[in-house]
Write a protein that binds this ligand. Structure first.
Ligand code: SF4
Length: 233
């Protein structure tokens, strides 16, 4: 969720449908609680000492799906009279609209760090896993690179789907083209959100899938890093 202790704003609505999503309650663009920028900053201010080494993270759902609001929030966070607040965008990139980049201008001009999910390195695998075109995500990554915004890449390791050597090397190759990548979080697949599907009366596509052994994660992460280093050498 970003460095330090942070106020996390969960933006309602997501255009992706990741099979392992543990927040299906955030998919709908119709729900959620409406808040103003001022209300969010008031919340931050009430616990400001607590967030001293942190900041504000916009997560979701998909914060890129409402770039005007998050842009206004981040701009206000940077100009906050109590001191500049660090801003972090936690995104899948799936709502990036390359045809209308101006919608995100204010947001990207005021984002200190992006956490960008690379869900799957293979275009068909990406569509099967998320329901969306991978090209949108890569286009957003290219935009972040062009702007030099620091990015931490995240990759969820799902047994048999996103933990194969070919897949991990593919992720390494994708991120090798971005000079602004400053970190890599390899995240073990877990099933903690499954109960939400039951509560919502929705089918869980990975029913019965074994969780990822956290002990395997460092070695799998190394495969990505080695592929990235090889591609850049
Ligand atoms: S992008 Fe995130 S919120 Fe959207 S479906 Fe995927 S995991 Fe869930």
């Amino acid at each position: 969720m970003g460095p330090g202790t942070r106020l996390v704003v969960f933006c309602q609505g997501c255009p992706m449908r990741c099979a392992y999503c543990h927040n299906p309650d955030t998919w709908s663009f119709g729900g959620g609680e409406r808040m103003t920028v001022g209300q969010v900053l008031d919340l931050f201010d009430r616990n400001r000492p607590f967030y001293r080494r942190g900041g504000i993270t916009a997560s979701g759902g998909e914060p890129l799906a409402q770039p005007e609001f998050v842009g206004a929030l981040f701009e206000a966070a940077h100009a906050d009279p109590g001191g500049r607040i660090h801003t972090c965008l936690d995104t899948s990139g799936g709502a990036w609209d390359a045809a209308r980049p101006e919608r995100c201008e204010r947001l990207l001009a005021n984002t200190d760090l992006v956490l960008l999910d690379i869900k799957h390195s293979d275009p068909e695998g990406h569509r099967a896993l998320t329901g969306r075109d991978q090209g949108v995500v890569l286009s957003f990554g290219d935009e972040l690179s062009r702007r030099g915004i620091p990015v931490v890449i995240r990759h969820v390791l799902v047994p048999g789907i996103t933990d194969t050597i070919a897949e991990l090397e593919g992720v390494g190759r994708i991120i090798s083209r971005w000079d602004n990548v400053c970190g890599l979080d390899a995240l073990p697949y877990h099933a903690m959100g499954v109960h939400k599907y039951e509560e919502l009366g929705m089918a869980y596509r990975l029913e019965g899938m074994a969780v990822m052994d956290p002990g395997r994660v460092p070695a799998l992460r190394d495969v990505i890093l080695r592929a990235r280093a090889m591609e850049r050498s």
